[in-house]
Design a protein around this ligand. Structure first.
Ligand SMILES: NC(=O)c1ccc[n+]([C@@H]2O[C@H](COP(=O)([O-])OP(=O)(O)OC[C@H]3O[C@@H](n4cnc5c(N)ncnc54)[C@H](OP(=O)(O)O)[C@@H]3O)[C@@H](O)[C@H]2O)c1
Length: 219
């Protein structure tokens, strides 16, 4: 990889999270802004360079935070890092139902129709109730820090990213722009009501036309 902006040559150091509670979100898109390809997921648009950084960010995280929609659509398998599923319904995605205790945390609300089911499947300690109807994502970040998950990586999706930004919870956004155009109707990396969040570019690397950037959210 070619480092175009950044103070290190080593990718691990380039992407090292600061030594403080930190939530970053990693997303990929095409040049024309599509967050999905023809299979309806990001798998059909990502590249080798994107996969390298995707894996590195997982490696550097204490826990992964993902919207239930993404877990369902992308069929997330049980991984090596704890997975925090954010859901208004509280429905534990099918692929996460057999996970070992503690490997899946459900972040939901008191009005969730599947709250009791989630508690039964995951155990009370692994279900976080973050509000009555709206999930307080700042509280989620704090609760995860209390569990020892200081470095949190969110892998989206677009609705969750938008809400995390809206609630001022995101410290960093990591993007890969892949050298492709797909037209069609695809979602972007954010979805939902408008917002306007300024970012500061801190790192930029390139491999085979993929541009990988580390953006810090300006407060
Ligand atoms: N390009 C990329 O990097 C990237 C990354 C991730 C996903 N994607 C793609 O994005 C698509 C999915 O998009 P999406 O916007 O539907 O994904 P999403 O944000 O992961 O899923 C939406 C669902 O997540 C839950 N959720 C999201 N925000 C919430 C909040 N603030 N509070 C409570 N629950 C919340 C809700 O689950 P319930 O329905 O259970 O209540 C909601 O219906 C897929 O095609 C996926 O492949 C692309």
């Amino acid at each position: 990889m070619r480092v175009l902006l950044g103070e290190h040559d080593d990718l691990g150091e380039l992407y090292a999270p600061p030594d403080q509670p930190w939530l970053r979100v990693n997303m990929v898109a095409t040049i024309d802004g599509a967050a999905t390809g023809d299979d309806g997921t990001s798998r059909s648009i990502n590249t080798g360079a994107d996969k390298i950084v995707f894996d590195l960010l997982r490696e550097q995280a204490d826990a992964i935070v993902v919207g239930a929609g993404t877990v369902r659509i992308e069929g997330y398998a049980v991984g090596r890092k704890p997975l925090v599923v954010v859901s208004r319904s509280g429905s534990v995605p099918p692929t996460q139902r057999e996970a070992e205790p503690g490997m899946v945390v459900m972040a939901t609300v008191a009005s969730a129709p599947y709250l009791d089911e989630a508690r039964g499947l995951l155990g009370d300690d692994n279900v976080l109730v973050l509000g009555s109807h709206r999930a307080d994502l700042g509280r989620l970040k704090d609760e995860l820090v209390l569990r020892g998950f200081r470095h949190q990586l969110s892998e989206g999706g677009p609705h969750l990213l938008r809400d995390l930004l809206d609630q001022g919870v995101v410290d960093e956004l990591d993007t890969t722009v892949v050298p492709r155009l797909v037209a069609g109707s695809h979602r972007r990396i954010t979805d939902g009501p408008p917002l306007d969040v300024p970012l500061r570019l801190t790192t930029l690397v390139e491999q085979d036309g993929s541009l990988l950037a580390r953006w810090f959210v300006e407060r």
